[in-house]
Design a protein around this ligand. Structure first.
Ligand code: HQG
Length: 178
């Protein structure tokens, strides 16, 4: 029997990376019909069960449309979807959690987006700490976001509060962790 965490992870996989795995296609903005999703999932899930997964997702990873008929992931896609997020002026400082072994490359290349659509940044040290801890002892970087914006970099904020940008050049990074 799959736990809610297993189901949520599977939803992330389907809605961000591989809808074709269960025969689905996302529309240009990343949405898929809830009815199609529920039918295609390899485990039983009804509307109420899906709504509960969306509501309880610790990072609010999913959004239902206003009429409840469509669902998409709020961010984190590797597929080419256009979330059509408006650009937003960032706060003065944002944070990024990483690990020591990436630092030499980060100091040369800055933060790069890799497989994702954007570099992911957080508004709080705490969140950056959690993100970094997924990989080992976290190293926290402060990003001079306001300075970046003044230099023409564009920022977006996903519906679940993740700050997104294309690239953080190294001159805007300061190491917070000793
Ligand atoms: C690192 C999770 C070498 C970067 C989290 C990170 C977040 C570099 C890794 C969300 C580099 C990419 C995103 C460079 C960046 N050289 N390494 N130049 N630039 N890196 O997973 O930010 O559970 O794509 O530091 O909670 O760790 O998916 O990004 O360690 O919100 O909802 O390359 O994923 O959320 O890793 O995490 P990721 P991330 P979800």
């Amino acid at each position: 029997m799959k736990t809610d965490a297993d189901k949520s992870r599977f939803l992330s996989l389907v809605l961000r990376h591989d809808p074709a795995k269960i025969g689905l296609t996302l529309d240009a903005k990343g949405w898929v019909a809830v009815d199609s999703l529920l039918t295609a999932l390899p485990f039983p899930l009804d509307h109420a069960g899906l709504e509960k997964l969306v509501r309880d997702s610790d990072k609010q990873r999913f959004a239902l449309s206003a009429d409840g008929r469509m669902i998409r992931a709020n961010q984190g896609h590797s597929l080419p979807v256009d979330l059509a997020l408006p650009s937003v002026a960032p706060p003065g400082v944002l944070y990024h959690g990483t690990i020591e072994k990436f630092m030499p490359s980060i100091l040369i290349r800055g933060l790069v987006k890799g497989d994702r659509h954007h570099v992911h940044l957080s508004a709080t040290l705490d969140t950056a700490q959690q993100v970094g801890s997924r990989r080992g002892a976290p190293v926290i970087l402060a990003i001079a976001a306001e300075g970046m914006a003044a230099a023409g970099h564009i920022f977006f904020r996903s519906e679940n509060g993740v700050w997104l940008t294309d690239h953080v050049p190294p001159q805007f990074l300061t190491r917070v962790t000793d």
